[in-house]
Design a protein around this ligand. Sequence first.
Ligand SMILES: [Zn+2]
Ligand SMILES: [Zn+2]
Length: 365
Amino acid sequence: MRDLYEVLGVSKTASQDEIKKAYRKLARKHHPDANPGDAAAEERFKELQNAYDVLSDPEKRQQYDRVGPRMFEGAQAGGPGGFQWSGNIGDLGDLGDLFGGLFGRGGGGGARARSRGQRGADVGVTLTLSFEDSLRGLTTKIPVELETACSTCKGSGAEPGTSPIICPECRGRGVTSEDEGFFAFSRPCPRCGGNGTVIEKPCRTCGGSGRERRTKRYSVKIPAGVKDGTQIRLKGKGESGYGGGPPGDVIVTTRVTPSPLFERRGSDLVIEVPVTYAEAALGAEVEVPTPGGRISLKVPPGSKDGKLLRVRGQGAPKLNGGGKKGDLLARVRLDVPTKLTKAEREAIEALGKASNRDVRERLRA
Ligand SMILES: [Zn+2]
Ligand SMILES: [Zn+2]
């Protein structure tokens, strides 16, 4: 078995940073996804992983410096499965990104699947907004209840002042080997559950889990133009990952209280504009509200009930549209008076004689 420092090509006094850099460089080169079908590259990659696993963990590195490759005796028996993962692999989040970026989603997923690190859960929260706020946008604080690293032990699970020790059963490998005559089997270490470390004095706050439920308050920026059901992702603000895995996200879903005036249609806003018979017949200028204030709307002569008039750029802001807005769609609604004075009645009767002639013409055809 080669010396671990030699495998990574670093000196025995290399800093954690140098070790990480050397590992990343070599891992890119020898990653199985970059060398499909190359068994030698795969072996080399496993060797790299093992070296990094030990040297990136200060405690395991200390142990290795003390006892050297003897650290792996017994466990190195090489069962039918061949190489076994040993212990936690540090900064998996980083690695996932590294391979994800290099080899596309499949590569990233593969790297993660082969590791112990597990991404923390996403947490969904709902934020209710007034219609006006949905158009204006706002920055607000939201409470999110989630499971995060225990604040007492900083996620280690060990009582402050103590730290997890290398598992004496598997000597930090996370697997144990048993000789069964001809074969040797590797299985997850029963003492540490494959973690490679055990906690002697569990943290009193979290009972050794390293996790705690807390309500965090996040500031969230709601962009102008969100709709009912728009989702905003706060990356990395979700639950803590497991075994060095990355945290999940917080997903904020907006609920928008309906407006009594406007109906949302994409980034357009529909509003009903009541007009009198005279205004519809003769045309008129009527005042209508928009999100930005009242405007004057020209109702053309001869407008029928239900006619849609489009006012460009007076609708809702387009989400991430750089200030662009949709349109206001004004729907003409003929308002029929329910109470009439004598004079009004006479005027309408006269109008009726003049204009009712052709109304039902098309029913005769
Ligand atoms: Zn704790
Ligand atoms: Zn163990």
